[in-house]
Design a binder for this molecule. Structure first.
Ligand code: E4P
Length: 219
C-alpha cells in the first residue's frame, strides 16, 4: 500500500519524506490556495519544489473544465517534471482528457470520485489513479469506505490497472480500514500518518525499559 501526503505545504512534505514512508503527494487548488500560491509561474515553481523533495508521483490539478483547456494545462503541468501526475476532475470532458493523456503516456489522477460508476468510467478511459473522497461522503451520511470496497471489487473482477487512491482521509482508522479493504494508495494529512505511531503501551513500555536499564547501569 502506498502513502501519499495530501498537502502543498513544503515543511509537511519534508517531514513525511524524512520518515521514509512517503510514496507521493496530492495537491488540489484549495491546498495550493491555503499556502498562498497564486499566478501560473508561482504555481509551477511550487510544483517543482514539491517534485524536488519526493521520489515520484506528485498530483497537480488542472483548473480548466473544457477538453482543450485541460489538455493544454495538463501538458504544461506534465512538462514541469517527470514526477507530475495530471489531476483531472470527473466530468465529461475530464474523461475524454484522461483518454487522451493515457494515449500520450501521461499519468492521470481522476479526482472528485463519489460513485463506483464514475470510477468505472475513469478506469475505462485509462486513468492511472482514481480518487474517491471518503471523508466528504461520510460527512453527508454516505459510507465512504463502502465505496472503496466496491471500486476495489470492480477493478479486481475486470483486471483494471487503475489504482484506487483513497482521498479525503480524515483519521487513522480511515487509513487502516482502507488498508484492510485493499485500497492501493491512501492520501492524507501528515497527522494521519504520524497518528499511526501512537500507542500508550509503546510509551509506557519504553519508559519501563529505560528505567530498568538505568537502575543497573548507573554507577
Ligand atoms: C484528494 O486528492 C484531495 O486533495 C483531498 O483528499 C480532499 O480532501 P478533503 O475532503 O479533506 O478536502
Amino acid at each position: 500500500m502506498k502513502f501519499f501526503i495530501d498537502t502543498a505545504n513544503l515543511d509537511e512534505i519534508h517531514e513525511a519524506y524524512d520518515l521514509g514512508v512517503l510514496d507521493g503527494v496530492t495537491t488540489n487548488p484549495s491546498l495550493m490556495a491555503k499556502e498562498g500560491i497564486s499566478g501560473d509561474e508561482n504555481v509551477r515553481a511550487h510544483y517543482k519544489a514539491i517534485c524536488n523533495i519526493v521520489d515520484d508521483k506528485v498530483s497537480a490539478e488542472v483548473i480548466a473544465t473544457d477538453f482543450e483547456g485541460m489538455i493544454r494545462e495538463g501538458k504544461e503541468l506534465a512538462k514541469i517534471d517527470d514526477k507530475i501526475v495530471v489531476k483531472i476532475p470527473m466530468i465529461k470532458d475530464g474523461v475524454k482528457a484522461i483518454k487522451y493523456f493515457h494515449s500520450e503516456g501521461i499519468r492521470t489522477n481522476c479526482t472528485l470520485i463519489f460513485s463506483s460508476g464514475q470510477a468505472l468510467l475513469a478506469a475505462k478511459a485509462g486513468a492511472t489513479y482514481v480518487s474517491p473522497f471518503i471523508g466528504r461522503l461520510d460527512d453527508i451520511s454516505f459510507n465512504g469506505l463502502e465505496l472503496i470496497e466496491q471500486i476495489v471489487h470492480i477493478y479486481q473482477t475486470y483486471g483494471f490497472a487503475t489504482e484506487v487512491l483513497a482521498a479525503s482521509v480524515r483519521h487513522t482508522m480511515h487509513l487502516i480500514q482502507c488498508a484492510e479493504i485493499g485500497a492501493d494508495v491512501v492520501t492524507c494529512p501528515l497527522k494521519v500518518i504520524t497518528g499511526l505511531l501512537k500507542h500508550p503501551l509503546t510509551d509506557s513500555g519504553l519508559a519501563q525499559f529505560l528505567a530498568d536499564h538505568a537502575k543497573v547501569n548507573s554507577k
